[in-house]
Design a protein around this ligand. Structure first.
Ligand SMILES: Cc1ncc(COP(=O)(O)O)c(C=O)c1O
Length: 399
């Protein structure tokens, strides 16, 4: 029996390519911000599928939208008109302040691929400037503009010949890289995979000005920060910043794969049929799901409470960890928060949280990333802070 079990395990291990360092846990169901594993243990989820499950689990509005759409039409080729897609484009453009035309795909990397292609096509230039420590996806082009060597080492040459990297948050460093060959600068308003790194206030608006006076385009990567994550629908909206192209994905359809690339109307005439495309992108099902998410998230009252809950979480954590020497700082905006500490603090915190029924994520070994469902309650966040206090106390810190 033991041998058979070992063989089965071996078979199971070999059936999947080893691309993820997975935790040994399988979730079977969820409701609101709660998850249950296969043994029936309950958790409060502070990860939300990495900023994807914006409405948490089994949200009645999202479930109804998906079921209704699935019962009539799941897929329809982009060779034909798709009403949901047009409606979603109108609403996303309005949420970005109007004046954008949209292209739909299925993921963040695809949304960025489209953004990069459109920028090159619209400017007739071919170089891109990106930030060190950025993350824009795992396809060849998006890896090329990802400023973290660990993701692309061993896969070169990508398209790096045409990419220059500048220091995130340092406007002079970006200005130095701008010349007449630069089609676009691609930037995250807050670096997510880089470890919840916020630029200094005013950086995005300065960057927007510098890029435009160079005749280049500004691509804002809102894949992780979009759909209300930071308390504005898009995170760039915290500043005076006018992106030419916006990419977004993750939370947009609450867990159904979708990507969207918004292109300023003045630029849209340079994109012609055949320039880009996607079989699945913007299909009736994913766009129905996204419309349901926007019904909930796309209004000021909802966004305001995301900002408020995030502010409580941030100040609560700052207070808790202010006298913990391993913690250098707690950063974030809205429900996108990072606890920065010397290793092994983050992994010890993750394991402690898990043992107390909370799911958190660790980035770069030194940051605890918190990106819970946007519908998480104040009570659940309070319970999380109590757990964090118990962790600090167990180590002899905190009151
Ligand atoms: C800012 C940013 N851009 C792009 C991506 C890639 O998105 P996807 O994994 O959906 O391709 C991610 C994913 O983490 C991201 O955080």
């Amino acid at each position: 029996l033991a041998q058979r079990y070992r063989n089965e395990l071996l078979h199971e291990e070999q059936s999947l390519l080893n691309t993820y360092a997975r935790q040994q846990i399988a979730f079977r169901a969820g409701k609101g911000s709660r998850l249950w594993d296969s043994s029936g243990n309950e958790y409060i989820d502070m990860v939300a599928g990495i900023a994807v499950n914006s409405l948490g689990y089994a949200h009645p509005r999202l479930v109804a939208a998906i079921c209704n759409q699935a019962s009539s039409l799941i897929h329809c080729s982009n060779l034909y008109e798709i009403e949901n897609q047009k409606e979603l484009a109108r609403r996303l453009s309005a949420l970005a302040g109007g004046h954008y035309s949209l292209f739909f795909s299925n993921s963040g990397a695809e949304a960025n691929e489209a953004a990069l292609k459109f920028a090159v096509r619209c400017t007739g230039r071919n170089r891109i400037v990106a930030a060190h420590n950025s993350f824009h996806g795992r396809t060849a082009a998006t890896l090329s503009v990802t400023g973290q060597q660990k993701y692309w080492k061993g896969f070169e040459p990508l398209l790096n010949g045409g990419v220059a990297f500048a220091d995130f948050g340092n406007i002079d460093s970006f200005r130095e890289k701008l010349d007449s060959s630069v089609a676009a600068v691609i930037i995250e308003p807050i670096q997510g995979e880089g470890g919840i790194v916020l630029p200094p206030e005013g950086f995005l608006s300065e960057l927007s000005k510098a890029v435009h006076s160079n005749g280049s385009l500004l691509i804002v990567d809102e894949v992780q920060t979009g759909t209300g994550r930071t308390g504005r629908f898009f995170a760039y909206q915290w500043e005076r910043c006018t992106p030419d192209i916006i990419s977004t994905a993750k939370g947009l359809a609450g867990g159904v794969p979708i990507g969207a690339t918004l292109v300023r109307n003045e630029l849209s005439s340079c994109i012609k049929p055949g320039d880009h495309g996607s079989t699945f992108g913007g299909n009736p099902l994913s766009t129905a799901a996204a419309l349901a998410v926007l019904d909930v998230v796309g209004n000021n009252a909802f966004l305001k409470q995301v900002a408020e809950k995030g502010a409580h979480l941030l100040s609560g954590l700052n207070e808790l960890f202010s006298d913990v020497p391993q913690v250098s700082r707690v950063t974030g905006r809205g429900l996108m928060v990072g606890i920065h500490a010397t290793p092994p603090f983050a992994s010890a915190f993750r394991d402690f949280a898990f043992s107390r029924g909370f799911i958190v994520n660790v980035v770069h070994e030194n940051t605890v990333r918190l990106v819970p469902p946007l519908i998480i309650s104040e009570e659940e966040l309070h319970a999380f802070l109590l757990m964090a206090r118990a962790f600090a106390r167990e180590r002899g810190h905190g009151r």
